[in-house]
Design a protein around this ligand. Sequence first.
Ligand code: FMN
Length: 189
Amino acid sequence: MHENVLEAIHARRSTGRVSSEPVERELIEELLEAAVAAPNHKDTKPWRFVVLAGEARSAVGEAHARAVTRIRGSLTPEGRAKEAALLERAPVVIACCLVPGEDPVRAREDRDAVAAAIQNLLLAAHARGLGAIWRTGTMADEPEVREELGLGERDAIVGLVYLGHPLTDPGPPPEPRQGATAVTRWRGW
Ligand SMILES: Cc1cc2nc3c(=O)[nH]c(=O)nc-3n(C[C@H](O)[C@H](O)[C@H](O)COP(=O)(O)O)c2cc1C
């Protein structure tokens, strides 16, 4: 059947170290089509993607640096520059955003759907030989970045997916994580 899906699931690893080589736009479009194929109750299409490359990363980086400065009270010029440059860790950063429904249950399920879309995106990136990592933190949580991305008050950044060509050969597959046995109860078996 689709054995390669299982292979991709088990072989995928977060890859933060990528080269600055650009990623073709067609390839990113393919990944986004995989993202929006995620399950979505009531077909609400709660996801929005902002694909950042080049200078557009700097604008978001500056917004993030403003947020960190506000939170910490002050930052040294070096510290500020470091925060502002965080998006330059990859040639492409996809802000994966949520536009939630009004109803609380719908809003929760909408966020679940965006998370599923991000996993699809990560798996599709892996399938195409790209390195990717889902990041959050201050960049995802603070209003400065949301505003820079043009999001509304109730919208959220569920993840920033950093994407690029991997720098090095990933080597042998990593040790498997703790299996499902310890976290599963079987009933009626
Ligand atoms: C909701 C969420 C938020 C995450 N935020 C970060 C982050 O801010 N920084 C980071 O390095 N990794 C982040 N990750 C990636 C995890 O650290 C990573 O998936 C975990 O270490 C397991 O590694 P693996 O993806 O290679 O299996 C996040 C993952 C999820 C699901």
